[in-house]
Design a protein around this ligand. Structure first.
Ligand code: ASP
Length: 322
């Protein structure tokens, strides 16, 4: 038998719709009460580790999950772990675990777009799919994955793309790494290896700001007076900023904190390409670090992990750019 640990954290998958049509949290998790047939070779243990809508989830909760998973694999002989989670920040928890959990075991996150008693509720179906993926031998060495709507996505690039559609989780640029069919779990991509970092705390303050046409220095000026440990900038296109931002940006650079550039485009990779004023080539010369194809919310977590792992200088640059 394969021992699978299900860690429930809350989200729509654990909620129901009330008589007025509002979706509200349940005291008792409907997913743990549900009756359904498990795969023959699975022995399931369920724990409600916390019960929160995912906008309430913080890096401290992610750290709690990391520690619980490492204990489950090292001391309790679990084969794989399933985490049920609200979809709003699910990609962030998945990315955090993918970058910090050292043990190699299938770790699968899932959620639902429709709560437990809504017509066409997808929670139980996604939960069973996630259990199938977590108990599949081929899921070893795939990193942390997100399973929703019959698809398997790598935690590194997956993102929530739709406010309500059950097919909300997509992997722009690369696509899913696997499919769940009626009879099997099929993978058609290998994991791109990437570094992990050991952390025991998640203390840093790292805001994200987004660039737009006509943006000036105001936001950077304000940030230069704040007590922050790093900054992520969602720049334009391949990684450019309006020239009117540069005076303020320089004041943030003078604080000697790491500043990471990603693109506000949801496809592709930000790179220093343009050498005009505010272009990526100049931003790199000013000391900004280009993240490799991840979105701003993930770049923020990556920088937070780097700082809390005690990295500095070139170590941060290499970890972020990888
Ligand atoms: N707002 C909900 C949450 O993230 C959405 C969901 O779970 O699908 O908790």
């Amino acid at each position: 038998m394969k021992k699978i640990l299900a860690l429930h954290t809350g989200g729509t998958i654990s909620m129901h719709e009330d008589a007025s049509g509002k979706v509200v949290p349940d005291v008792e998790n409907p997913i743990t009460k549900a009756q359904f047939a498990l795969p023959d070779d699975v022995e399931l243990t369920s724990e409600d580790i916390f019960n929160l809508p995912s906008p309430h989830v913080t890096p401290e909760h992610m750290l709690l999950l990391k520690n619980r998973i490492e204990k489950a694999v090292r001391e309790e002989d679990f084969f794989g772990v399933v985490i049920t989670h609200g979809t709003d920040t699910l990609e962030e928890t998945a990315f955090f675990l993918d970058t910090t959990v050292m043990d190699l075991c299938p770790i699968v996150l899932t959620g639902a777009m429709r709560s437990s008693n809504e017509l066409g509720s997808d929670g139980l179906y996604n939960y069973l799919s996630a259990i199938r993926v977590a108990s599949c031998d081929d899921s070893f060495g795939k990193g942390v994955v997100v399973v929703m709507n019959d698809e398997v996505h790598s935690a590194r690039f997956v993102t929530k793309t739709h406010t309500t559609n059950v097919a909300t989780f997509r992997t722009p640029t690369h696509g899913p790494i696997g499919l769940i069919t009626k009879h099997k779990v099929m993978y058609f991509n290998k994991l791109l290896e990437h570094s992990k970092a050991k952390i025991e705390k998640v203390d840093s303050k790292i805001p994200i700001i987004k660039a737009y046409a006509g943006m000036d220095s105001t936001t950077f000026e304000v940030l230069s007076h704040m007590n922050i440990d790093g900054l992520v900038v969602e720049a334009l296109g391949s990684g450019n900023l309006p020239p009117y931002t540069l005076e303020g940006l320089q004041k943030v650079i003078d604080k000697d904190i790491p500043i990471v550039v990603v693109s506000r485009c949801f496809n592709g990779v930000a790179e220093p390409v343009y050498a005009y004023e505010g272009g990526g080539v100049n931003l790199e010369k000013m000391g900004l670090i280009f993240a490799n194809g991840i979105n701003s919310q993930k770049a923020r977590l990556k920088l937070l992990i780097a700082l809390n792992a005690g990295m500095s200088g070139i170590e941060i640059d290499e970890f972020i750019a990888e």
